[in-house]
Design a protein around this ligand. Sequence first.
Ligand SMILES: *Cc1c(COP(=O)(O)O)cnc(C)c1O
Length: 463
Amino acid sequence: MNELLRSLPQTSVLLESEHARHLVERYSRGEVLGVLREELQRIRDGLLQGSLAAPPDFTGLDFFAGLEGAIEMRRRPSLRPVINATGIIVHTNLGRARLAPEALAAIQDIGGSYSNLELDLETGERGSRHDHVEALIRELTGAEAALVVNNCAAAVLLCLTVLARDREVIASRGELIEIGGAFRLPDVIAQSGARLREVGTTNRTHPRDYEQAITAETALLLKSHTSNFRIVGFTAAPSRRQLAELAKRHGLPLMEDLGSGVLVDLAPYGLPDEPVVGDVLRDGVDLVTFSGDKLLGGPQAGIIAGRRDIISQLKKHPMLRALRVDKLSLAALEATLRLYLPPNDPIASVPVLAAITDSIAAVIARAQALARELVHLPRLDIEITENIAYAGGGSLPQEGIASYAVSLSAQGLSTETLAERLRSGSPSVTGRINQDRLLLDMRTVCESELTAIASAVQRALSG
Ligand SMILES: *Cc1c(COP(=O)(O)O)cnc(C)c1O
């Protein structure tokens, strides 16, 4: 064995060979050296562990073709498309909302050209990036004014900083939420320089709890949408209108962090707990914050809508410069918001909403089409099963959406390995494992992705 290992060529010798020199010309010395070292290590390990009987032919083209493949793998973009077969529609780890073609076209247009991002084309004077979508948001929510920042966390931070720095924010103990990815409301409040005044108990908070906590130090009443959990049983919370009335009586602003914040009522589609932004404002909330890339179905952004006097204060704060939205996101957001204007039908044209509202018949049809593409593969057991999809993005986990999945199990291959190969393949396909079968949910998958999934499964089966 030692002799076999000693007989392996040195990296420096291999690097001088003709094939290696071609690779160095084509790529770079550093990259060739990197993959060569890795490959030699793999061969050494293989020989020692017995998984490799003999070293490869180091003079052959095959060995260097393998190196070239390895360099190409290293050069793959780090950020890559993934086929989402998890059934979770707004999946934060998978980039949240898939954008509409109109939004993509806007990114292409604005990104590939100069734009009037901060130029008023009428007067030739300096304009504001914040003007481009404000009128649209006002139109769609009924708000007096609106402002867009980098994300909803930034929106909350900015509002709290401007309205409540060095003063008190009153919030219900039952609403001090943590959203995945380290957004914890008490921490954001602390970061803004405001002081949190918790009122009520975990399960019950009454209007009088807020009222008794109001002092000269109070700057703001804060409500937050407890989107990802539910307290059930002996519970109480003031209604929005009660809080709005209380706030008004004391001359205080009421803010609500909505998280998802939808522009159309999704109750008919199985999501009864997502408040519509316009309704919340009509109930008397002075300021709402919500994400652009959750159920709204646009790019990452944080939208603040509400009272004009407050929004104009926000626009003047120096922190806005650090939280400002970028032009590509703004372009995609404007295009997405336009899909909500009549005669457009957002349910059909915003991909997140289309996925939530897609008919079960269409989901089944995709499952059947995928099963047909897979049926000729050997060693593969295929079933079409009922499944539950989720809106995701912090919306209630109990609020499942009826769905169907193609359920796979492969002879001689563990379900974990099958899932792992699909995930790391190109394109990557992510599903869900349940009872030792891999479920590919068809609610989050487009018809145009089915053939790619079938090829990915075929490659995964053959290693
Ligand atoms: C998701 C969420 C946030 C954070 O939104 P980002 O856009 O991810 O910054 C804040 N508040 C609530 C209630 C949320 O659901």
